[in-house]
Ligand binder design. Structure first.
Ligand SMILES: Cc1cc2nc3c(=O)[nH]c(=O)nc-3n(C[C@H](O)[C@H](O)[C@H](O)COP(=O)(O)OP(=O)(O)OC[C@H]3O[C@@H](n4cnc5c(N)ncnc54)[C@H](O)[C@@H]3O)c2cc1C
Length: 365
């Protein structure tokens, strides 16, 4: 029986699993999923746990229960090393051989080696992080709220904080600190303008060309770190071509080599002289394509090329505003807010979770 190992139970890993599940109804494969947490976390609604009161329990899905239903082995452990030549994956307690591997371990917050900040700052890598952050907001008083990083996550988090504080009539400063010369990186100027105009209205300050090394000048500030991501340590140690974030460069079929594929945030896929941004839609399509290519390889068929389809992107702001580009068309106001939540509810796992999210959005605690 051929052994397939998938590292990471995010969007890419679970999309690959679905493809193998359908194939396995007819053919026998031994599929093993390794994830460092017991649960899948639905990341796009993590900031909404603050401003819209979405319960973190509605953003997780138990992987042991899924493994029973979808007939795969689940190992809850962190992958610490990968030997591409020997075809071996090692975790803290065991080493597994594989015939085919999919690296779908996503990305995690990058503190750039600043241990002091790592100890004191909040991050948003999963639902548990959002629960800690929400609990701290509920239980402690802060004299200012600092968000490091003016990318998608930083922008969403800042507006959610403002909505959270407004509901409790707390009038404190929210400041985004961005290292580069503008927020939202390579996004079009009109989107940056839209977001900045909203920030002005709801009271979010932005400092650009500034990096946080240490926080001083406030007696009890909350610092949320959304200033960059990196790939897992075992990828950093791999001797393969990577980009500056440590994402693995793949070929057009998502191969790292003949028996190893990479998908989602862990993969760097060149497209139209650029690389694909980190997004759920690409992670799902790549997870599916990597699994499809393994099935093709097992059956001696030629592999399919991954052809990205970009449906667009939305920057949702917690005060019921959003801007974005959908199917090449500019969109702003309330409509993209609706699109965003419809897509999130559609993409999340579990009927109970979908219902829970809808109820939480209506209640808006
Ligand atoms: C706060 C936030 C909001 C976002 N909002 C949006 C949005 O609105 N729209 C959008 O398209 N995208 C959004 N994104 C980006 C999107 O969530 C990612 O692009 C997507 O999750 C990538 O999927 P993935 O499967 O590659 O990785 P992930 O979903 O990150 O999953 C990777 C999995 O691998 C596990 N893992 C990591 N390292 C190891 C290891 N060494 N051993 C074992 N397991 C490991 C992780 O715990 C995780 O379970 C958001 C991201 C964040 C953080």
């Amino acid at each position: 029986m051929k052994k397939i190992v998938i590292i990471g139970a995010g969007f890419a890993g679970l999309a690959a699993l679905s493809r193998f599940y359908n194939y396995n109804k007819r053919q026998g494969l031994e599929v093993t999923l390794i994830n460092d947490k017991q649960q899948f976390s639905f990341l796009p609604l993590i900031p909404d746990c603050l401003g819209r009161g979405i319960a973190t329990e509605h953003l997780v899905f138990d992987l042991a229960a899924l493994s029973y239903k979808k007939n795969f082995n689940f190992i809850k452990d962190k992958v610490t090393a990968l030997e591409l030549v020997k075809k071996e994956v090692s975790t803290s307690v065991l080493t597994l051989n594989y015939d085919f591997l999919i690296i779908a371990s996503g990305s995690e917050t990058n503190f750039y080696g600043n241990a002091e900040i790592e100890k004191s700052a909040f991050k948003l890598d999963d639902a548990q992080d959002a629960a800690y952050l929400r609990q701290a907001l509920d239980e402690k008083d802060y004299d200012a709220y600092l968000v490091a990083g003016g990318g998608y996550t930083g922008v969403e988090v800042a507006t959610n904080l403002r909505v959270y504080l407004n509901k409790r009539k707390i009038h404190k400063k929210i400041i985004i600190v961005e290292r580069s010369s503008s927020i939202l990186g390579a996004l079009p100027e009109w989107m940056k303008g839209y977001v900045l105009a909203d920030f002005k209205k709801i009271g979010i300050e932005v400092f650009t060309d500034t990096s946080i090394e240490k926080v001083t000048g406030f007696s009890h500030p909350m610092l949320i770190w959304a200033a960059g991501v990196r790939t897992s340590d075992f990828i950093q140690d791999l001797k393969v071509e990577k980009n500056s974030q440590g994402r693995i460069k793949t070929d057009e079929c998502l191969r790292v080599n003949d028996s190893c594929f990479a998908a989602g945030d862990a993969a760097h896929f060149s497209y139209k002289n650029n690389f694909l941004r980190m997004a759920v839609q690409f992670a799902i399509m790549q997870g599916n394509c990597a699994a499809e290519n393994i099935i093709r390889a097992l059956n001696g068929k030629s592999l399919m090329r991954y052809k990205p389809v970009d449906l667009g992107l939305i920057i949702p702001l917690a005060n019921n505003k959003a801007c974005g580009i959908i199917l090449g068309t500019r969109i702003q106001g309330y409509l993209p807010v609706l699109f965003h939540y419809i897509m999130c509810i559609y993409r999340t796992y579990g009927f109970k979770n979908k219902l829970g999210i809808i109820k939480d959005l209506i209640a808006g605690r």
